[in-house]
Design a protein around this ligand. Sequence first.
Ligand SMILES: O=P(O)(O)OC[C@H]1O[C@](O)(COP(=O)(O)O)[C@@H](O)[C@@H]1O
Ligand SMILES: [Mg+2]
Ligand SMILES: [Mg+2]
Length: 335
Amino acid sequence: MSNKISLTRYLVEQQRVHGRIPPELRLLIEVVARACKRIAINVNKGALGEVLGTADTENVQGEVQKKLDVIANEVLIEANEWGGHLAAMASEEMEGIYVVPNRFPQGEYLLMFDPLDGSSNIDVNVSIGTIFSVLKKSSTEAGVSEQDFMQPGHQQAAAGYCVYGPQTTLVLTVGDGVAMFTLDREQGSWVLTQDQIRIPEDTKEFAINMSNMRHWDAPVKRYIDECLQGKEGPRGKDFNMRWIASMVADVHRILSRGGVFMYPWDKREPEKPGKLRLMYEANPMAWLVEQAGGAATDGRQRILDIQPTKLHQRVSVMLGSKNEVDRVTRYHSEL
Ligand SMILES: O=P(O)(O)OC[C@H]1O[C@](O)(COP(=O)(O)O)[C@@H](O)[C@@H]1O
Ligand SMILES: [Mg+2]
Ligand SMILES: [Mg+2]
């Protein structure tokens, strides 16, 4: 018998041994993981399938959709409406919530996702991913509305992402640390390859889109300026920079070896609090990072404490190695 731990076994242990998750949540996570396998198959087809290029449609944020944005969204909806235990879903690619029709099994959970993160990388064969977040409907009233989704990130029941890169990897938290599973394509199963991931508290690596430098706010400018001065500057060490432009891949690197990731508010669109979306990008990533010993703020407060008011709400994001996130957050209160 193989001593490899599958996702199913990990989840069954979370349910039965640790009493951390109810069976409905276990099944829901398994359905999401299965959908990610199907998305991975589509991603891998590349130019051999009809999956590259744009779809000639726009999403609610006014962004041109890629074919894979649409495919991944459909795969997640289809799998999860059958999967059961869901009341409704919300996605970057849909304006309103998707209430699970009552011909399908009904449940108390709410699923949110960014079906395909890093869309600009699809056609150039660079890592992309799927991000998801699960909440539990708080009201016991019949029916479900957008209001049921308006819960701060610290109320998430599960969160994770799948990165479609050189390996296909699923990273998950149910509030008991962070576990990483690698897709074994021959067996078609997710195998636990790392448990209780920890992000080092210090780092010499930052991730930010430097082309926006002239638009940044003073605290972010100060933080990056100090990093760039290297050994000769106030930080007394040289920093390295990485920017993949897929949040999934940048966060995955940080969970693997530390670092700080920032997509701050900037002056290009001052009325928007940031570029990234709170409910299905920032919240799940913030919880994963905190569960791995890191920190996540919008520069002023913990992301997980933000009370959402809109489904597609945007937010400024700084996350990763704790001491660096604390430092840049402190700079926001000093200036
Ligand atoms: O091109 P930019 O402005 O650097 O933005 C990159 C960021 O935009 C995003 O791609 C947004 O995600 P989507 O592809 O889901 O719209 C993030 O993953 C990434 O961090
Ligand atoms: Mg995204
Ligand atoms: Mg997306």
